[in-house]
Design a protein around this ligand. Structure first.
Ligand code: NDP
Length: 237
């Protein structure tokens, strides 16, 4: 396939599963996260020719440096996947302002910054594809996740607007909205209780979300879509 793909949050969890699938298809990847050591381990495990970079997506200068490094080492990117994300769950009345800011800055501002840098590069290349990882919480809402849900709902409005803005440049922008997936982010949850609420009766696996991400990256006539990958959670009232 020989495409170049930047995966923010590619060092573990859903982003790492996307990296594994794209590496199998012959893509050259940039694995990007704050912790360089973990990103390097992931890039190494994928095989030769991949790059590991440290970047905090919420910092504009970091993002600019990262795109410069990718251009120098891998050439212009064809695909961008935004899987970097954090949650600081809790009732709104107990949520500290700094935790509101960090979730919005990482999940929403970070995605805006990487998309801005990627779009600039993709316009020069006359095309590209972006997938942003949202959440079913950004669509359905969830008690204890109002700020996280706002960041993910914002990501949908951002992605669909950007999809309209850049369609005439042959750049596609889509969202994958997962439900509960086995990663570090969900490791502390009461799985036995929660899985009773999921129509398919189980949490998802990172590779099951990765399949949806890669489908959207490769689907030339899909843009502005939200693909829900949640075991049927969205079916519940
Ligand atoms: P993990 O916690 O397993 O992985 C998060 C990744 O993001 C890591 O690579 C982490 O690396 C990176 N990251 C976090 N903050 C930053 C930052 N400021 N700058 C750069 N990289 C950062 O999470 P998941 O794989 O579970 O989540 C991936 C995405 O999917 C997130 O957006 C999450 O909100 C979303 N999601 C997850 C669900 C789930 O059930 N797991 C459900 C719905 C949505 P490092 O810490 O080194 O920076």
């Amino acid at each position: 396939m020989n495409k170049v793909c930047a995966i923010f949050g590619g060092s573990r969890g859903i982003g790492k599963a996307v990296a594994e699938l794209l590496a199998q298809k012959g893509c050259r990847l940039a694995i990007i996260a704050r912790n360089l050591e973990v990103a390097q381990t992931t890039a190494h495990h994928l095989g030769e020719g991949h790059l590991a970079l440290s970047c905090d997506v919420s910092r504009e200068q970091d993002v600019q440096n990262t795109f410069e490094e990718m251009r120098r080492n891998l050439g212009p990117i064809n695909y961008l996947v935004n899987a970097a994300g954090i949650n600081r769950d809790g009732l709104l009345l107990r949520t500290k302002t700094e935790d509101m800011i960090s979730q919005i800055h990482t999940n929403l501002l970070g995605t805006m910054l990487t998309c801005k840098a990627a779009v600039k590069c993709m316009i020069q290349q006359q095309g590209g594809a972006i997938v942003n990882i949202g959440s079913i919480v950004g669509i359905k809402g969830n008690s204890g996740q109002s700020v996280y849900g706002a960041s993910k709902a914002g990501l949908v409005g951002f992605s669909r607007s950007l999809a309209k803005e850049v369609a005439n440049k042959k750049i596609r922008v889509n969202v994958v909205a997962p439900g509960f997936v086995h990663t570090e982010m969900t490791a502390h949850l009461e799985e036995d209780q929660l899985k009773k609420t999921i129509p398919l009766g189980r949490f998802g696996e990172p590779h099951e979300v990765a399949q949806a991400v890669v489908f959207l990256l490769e689907s030339p006539y899909v843009t502005g879509s939200i693909l829900i990958v949640d075991g049927g959670l969205q079916l519940l009232t």
